[in-house]
Design a protein. Structure first.
Length: 557
């Protein structure tokens, strides 16, 4: 029997996000909107300044005479001109198609061809020479004004036109963007969102957070991903929030401190990195001692938050993948209460949240947002219906039909449970559940969370298809790698034995396998949103996984 939890107090009518931009342009032209670091200097954009630039983009696109609704791609890390180009594309009546800045040749070619993109904006990239070499000659290329974006048409040349004088507002049912999923398996799917679907999520999200023009947010998670797009970029159109960008990985802390964010959103991989960075300066035993001291503990916690640039934040959030409860509890001790949230590209990242933070609910993904109807289906799958659900997958009616139930609920692929307070907990991905050689099913996510309670472990993947017992694959933190092999082995063996005592016999891990090389986007073992690509890990390390070992802790290369 399915269980349905519904909230229906969200606003049903939504003002166009483009109309909101005109509001800020006319009513608050000199108010600060975006801050972009360039060569160590912070370039500021007012609402008037940013939208004037966007009007020039719209004018240049009009002059190109593309048919209404043409697809225009953006390949860049987050920056002010990413936002400006996206606004200009909308004003011109076209559809933006973001591409992850880390995308390889096959993905870039696939997206440009599948979406039939007329042109592409190219901006800040980690390896611009390589990425630009992947671009086909038949797609017009325009550069953002940043070093390395060396394509045929410069930003200055493209925008050397008079800005459009009118203020067009697209129909709310027009396609706003095609967002290609980062894809842990197979080719990415083009998720089609209209102005109505994305804006419903964006406009309602600001009420949950109580966001205003006084708030400051870092935009550093990929704008090609739905969370940053809907809940940071688009919600900013409704709230008038101040947006700050990062110049490079090396300047991240400097740029966060300059922003002094009041809201801070991250992903599990980065929260773990922050934790490891703190522990590299203050060992866990010393930190525990200091935090236990009544007055000194508060000062130490405040100092750590200031060093991270997060002392002014009133909300901390995590999404994209589950964050280990032990990590949330660890951050709580230094005054950072991380609220998990959950959503998908297909529902504009607007599903559930744990705001306000409740310690006793750590490990859950929270309650359904107002206006989002959620239920647990017969097979345990979480399903939802809301105005923010996509209208479908681009050029793929079959997959679109498969992902929706007959009564219009989105099949999320996540298996979960819901408690009496309406808080949902994900117990695993349906597609990640594997069967051992004994014919028993194992859900890896809860076991992985237990392994991550060992602060020496930075990355983990539990696998075991057709093995007698599941095994854990992991990568140690940089600090742990500096410790002796004997110390690490003792720590991991203690973790293994402790975890196995809590598991049913068919779930118990036979061994832990330690890899030296970090799993990354570059070696194709993480998605662009820093989630583990389980199938890639299983494929790359198939021989190691299948090999029989008598040791409980196995060290590779």
């Amino acid at each position: 029997m399915s269980q349905d939890n519904s909230n229906n107090t969200a606003q049903s009518t939504v003002t166009s996000p483009i109309s909101m931009l005109y509001h800020w342009e006319s009513e608050h032209p000199d108010m600060l909107y975006m801050t972009q670091p360039v060569n160590g200097e912070y370039i500021e954009f007012t609402w008037k300044g940013a939208i004037t630039e966007a009007r020039k983009v719209a004018a240049a696109l009009r002059a190109s005479n593309y048919p209404k609704g043409s697809r225009i791609a953006i390949l860049s890390k987050n920056c002010a001109h990413w936002i400006i180009a996206d606004i200009g594309i909308a004003m011109a009546g076209h559809v933006s198609v973001p591409i992850f800045s880390t995308a390889g040749k096959d993905t870039i070619h696939y997206v440009l061809e599948h979406a039939e993109c007329q042109m592409i904006f190219v901006g800040k990239l980690d390896d611009p020479k390589a990425s630009i070499s992947y671009l086909p000659d038949n797609v017009k290329q325009v550069a953002f004004p940043y070093e390395g974006a060396d394509v045929p048409i410069s930003w200055e040349e493209f925008t050397n036109v008079d800005p459009i004088a009118d203020s067009p507002v697209p129909d709310m049912d027009d396609i706003f963007s095609i967002i290609y999923t980062s894809g842990s398996t197979g080719q990415p799917k083009g998720v089609v969102h209209t102005y109505r679907t994305l804006s419903w999520a964006a406009s309602n999200s600001i009420h949950v957070l109580g966001v205003s023009t006084e708030d400051r947010v870092m935009s550093y998670l990929p704008l090609a991903h739905i969370t940053e797009r809907a809940l940071i970029q688009l919600s900013g159109y409704y709230s008038g929030i101040k947006l700050y960008f990062v110049e490079s990985l090396d300047t991240f802390t400097r740029d966060v401190k300059n922003c002094d964010p009041t809201l801070f959103v991250s992903v599990p991989r980065l929260w773990t990195k922050f934790q490891m960075g703190i522990l590299s300066k203050v060992p866990q035993k010393k930190l525990n001692f200091l935090l236990a001291l009544p007055i000194i503990g508060k000062k130490v916690a405040s100092k750590i938050r200031k060093q991270l640039g997060l002392d002014s934040a009133r909300h901390y959030a995590s999404g994209s993948a589950p964050l280990a409860p032990a990590t949330i509890e660890w951050f709580g001790k230094i005054g950072i209460d991380i609220c998990e949230a959950w959503g998908m590209t297909e529902n504009a990242a607007y599903g559930t949240s744990c705001i306000p933070f409740r310690k006793e609910k750590v490990g859950s993904i929270g309650k359904a947002y107002d206006g989002v109807n959620m239920r647990i289906a017969e097979d345990g799958e979480i399903q939802l219906k809301a105005p923010c659900n996509m209208i479908g997958y681009y050029k793929d009616q079959e997959k679109t039909s498969d992902v929706f139930t007959n009564d219009g609920y989105l099949r999320t692929g996540d298996k979960g449970v819901v408690d009496s307070d309406g808080y949902y907990r994900i117990t695993g991905r349906l597609k990640d559940i594997f069967k051992t050689a004994k014919g028993k099913y194992v859900t890896p996510a809860p076991i992985e969370a237990k392994i991550m309670e060992n602060s020496s472990v930075e990355q983990v993947c539990v696998t075991g298809t057709n093995l007698a017992q599941p095994i854990g694959l992991l990568v140690l933190s940089e600090d742990a790698k500096k410790e002796s092999k004997a110390d690490n082995e003792a720590s991991l063996l203690e973790t293994l034995n402790s975890i196995n005592q809590t598991l049913e016999s068919h779930q118990r891990l036979d061994r832990l396998v330690v890899f030296n090389e970090e799993w990354s986007i570059g070696n194709d073992l993480l998605t662009p949103t820093l989630k583990v690509k389980r199938h890639s890990i299983e494929e790359k390390f198939a021989d190691i996984i299948a090999h029989a070992h008598s040791d409980k802790i196995v060290w590779t290369n």
